[in-house]
Design a protein around this ligand. Structure first.
Ligand SMILES: [Zn+2]
Length: 201
């Protein structure tokens, strides 16, 4: 299990609709100091937003890269950094769908059911260029698929039916005033009646 870097700076989270969120991002080829700073900042940003995963384009950077710290079905936390991720999910008779709730830090506060394979494996390299592989079930399987999607310019709204997408956008619009434009640099505006029971990526 890897240990995520600490002491990064929190950056504002980029929202759906920004171009960098909706196109295939560039592969990581330079593993120098700038990348190390970016990874530490992404970890700090994910933690500040209370998320379980964050992709580089969610802080406005056009690179195929994500960080995560996410529990599997048994509550075991797995964490890591994956550059240039490739995801594999079960096919054929091994493929079972999990209809769990999904949310995204780039559409903060809104959640809806999104069917995805209940197991995933992601391979790539870490921030030093060393090959890594992560796999798991539960929220971890969802997170690994969701984050790899981000690196390819896909958001989970793209995977929803029109009805569910409409409902999701309605909920997000309602909650938008709670999230300052530079959130989570500025904290969300808390209301007593509003508590978040699911975790977003
Ligand atoms: Zn997301």
């Amino acid at each position: 299990m890897s240990t995520l870097p600490v002491n990064g700076s929190v950056r504002p989270i980029t929202r759906w609709g920004e171009d960098v969120m909706h196109r295939v991002n560039q592969p990581v080829t330079d593993f120098g100091a700038d990348l190390q700073t970016l990874v530490a900042d992404m970890v700090a940003t994910m933690r500040a937003a209370d998320g379980v995963g964050l992709a580089a384009n969610q802080v406005g950077v056009d690179l195929q890269l994500f960080v995560f710290d996410c529990p599997d079905k048994d509550g075991n936390h797995v964490q890591g950094v994956v550059c240039n991720p490739v995801v594999e999910v079960p096919e054929g008779k091994d493929r079972k769908l999990d209809e769990g709730e999904e949310g995204c830090l780039s559409l903060p506060g809104a959640f809806t059911k999104c069917a995805r394979p209940d197991f995933a494996r992601v391979t790539g390299v870490d921030q030093h260029g060393v090959p890594v592989s992560f796999e798991g079930d539960g929220l971890l399987a969802r997170c690994l698929q969701h984050e790899t999607d981000h690196t390819q310019g896909t958001v989970f709204g793209d995977r929803l039916s029109r009805k569910y997408r409409k409902r999701l956008f309605g909920e997000a619009e309602e909650l938008a005033p709670d999230y300052p434009s530079d959130w989570p640099v500025s904290p969300m505006i808390e209301h007593d009646e509003h508590h978040q029971e699911s975790q977003a990526t």
